[in-house]
Design a protein around this ligand. Sequence first.
Ligand SMILES: CC(C)(COP(=O)(O)OP(=O)(O)OC[C@H]1O[C@@H](n2cnc3c(N)ncnc32)[C@H](O)[C@@H]1OP(=O)(O)O)[C@@H](O)C(=O)NCCC(=O)NCCS
Length: 166
Amino acid sequence: MRLRDVEPGDSPAYVRMRCDPAMMAHLGGPYSEERAESQVGRDLALVASGAGMVKMIVVDSPVPETVAGTVALWRHEIDGAAAAEIGWMVLPGHQGQGLARWAVSGVLDEARRDSRWSVVHAFPGVDNAPSNRLCRRLGFTLAGEREMSFRDQLFRINHWVLDLRG
Ligand SMILES: CC(C)(COP(=O)(O)OP(=O)(O)OC[C@H]1O[C@@H](n2cnc3c(N)ncnc32)[C@H](O)[C@@H]1OP(=O)(O)O)[C@@H](O)C(=O)NCCC(=O)NCCS
């Protein structure tokens, strides 16, 4: 398996991930196909601007270039200060095999080699067991539980923080 940058042809994988109610249960519900497809363009622009990384998880399969998930790291303001957030998704058929752990760890390692990244935040829902477990396993510190507004909904989330310089 390998990580590669998002490409214009990733629309079908975006639709599989972002239009699936189970995949989006902790993320405000499924996107429309149109919204999922347009997300590819926004992510390509993000990567091109240098303000983020969007990696696709490509697994060995009889079907070449099978995308099993994605990891994104992007800069934005958190609590009024410049910061970076990381998020992840692995498609149901590939879950429970350590893929998220491998892929998120790979993205964090790449960010560690790039001095433009320092403190990384993650905000999984309090009941998103695998994501909270992943944060703990990868060395994030739990900063607390809070409510967060996302896609016009309020979520009860855990706030995890990792300082890549530490
Ligand atoms: C969260 C998600 C990416 C996990 O992907 P995955 O490839 O199955 O995760 P991994 O196999 O790497 O497992 C990560 C950890 O969670 C644990 N885990 C997996 N499923 C679990 C479950 N149902 N309950 C508790 N822990 C679980 C694993 O044992 C592993 O911990 P370990 O390393 O200590 O053994 C995947 O479930 C997903 O895409 N969910 C929908 C999207 C989402 O919620 N994204 C996160 C938004 S913050």
